[in-house]
Design a protein around this ligand. Sequence first.
Ligand code: HMG
Ligand code: MG
Length: 299
Amino acid sequence: MSLPERVRLVEVGPRDGLQNEQTPIAVADKVRLVDELGEAGLGYIEAGAFVSPKWVPQMAGSAEVFAGIRRRPGVVYAALAPNLKGFEAALAAGVEEVAVFAAASEAFSQKNINCSIAESLERFAPVAEAAARHGVRVRGYVSCVLGCPYDGEVAPEQVASVARELIGMGCYEVSLGDTIGVGTAGATRRLIEAVARDIPRERLAGHFHDTYGQALTNIYASLLEGLAVFDSSVAGLGGCPYARGASGNVATEDVLYLLQGLGIATGVDLDRLIAAGQRICALLGRPNGSRVARARIDR
Ligand code: HMG
Ligand code: MG
């Protein structure tokens, strides 16, 4: 299969990245990060989550973030919404697109959103209906597609079944999440082949965490399988509070460098992206998780 000419990068740093940080981050700093990511040319930014602040305190203040950002024309600013309460809060905050998040493993579903997979799908259906009424697009996630921190192995058919449900309720795209970053290129290709039996590849995205250092390889494997949408996080920030051992998402800078080397367009400016990553890392007092950023800065 030939490689795509263009890839859409879904920047999840302000959400998947910051949700896992121990240091409290001021709304103004989150706003600045989102704005800088938009200025770097990212066309899709997951800027917050309308989840329970008791579960994920780091995402409290998402409404203020949405009120503070300078919306650039053509950029989608999205947020997670696990239920109708979250959707209504997102709508009130002027969110243009929401994401619902299911899991392929029962144990992770319970730990992350306190319900079974079937119950979560029942909760998402009214979110999708309400979103359709308000002209809000819904993206779907499936977590633990290549392994679960509690249940271990996950069958590709189980992922395919949850992804079909999400598409069936109206999600325009399903992002396949390797939440704990255990996947390999071979497992990634087998997974995509199983899911793509029922869902067109144009409607699938890859979401790789880099725990085992396989994320870029898995993205390349996904490109060979015909995927052209990837989630990534500036400076490799990230992790899920309910998945022990889930280290950062693949760094957007590193994905961009891979894609540039393949001649694949993204519209993103690497230097500006690196600057945004450096600034947030300095603020958090943590090293930059992007190998490309570190190489460029140390030069
Ligand atoms: P629950 O406790 O079962 O919910 O949590 P509940 O309906 O029983 O309500 C309990 C309390 O939460 C009530 O408040 C509700 O009002 C409140 P109280 O009466 O006790 O004061 N509540 C809410 N508050 C704000 N926003 C809401 C909301 N809903 C209820 N939307 C719930 C269920 C889903 C809410 C909870 O488990 C939760 O918020 N979980 C979110 C976990 C999360 O955000 N995880 C990280 C994101 S997923 C991820 O990182 C993976 C991904 O990156 C892909 C990958 O890597 O695989 C996407
Ligand atoms: Mg994630």
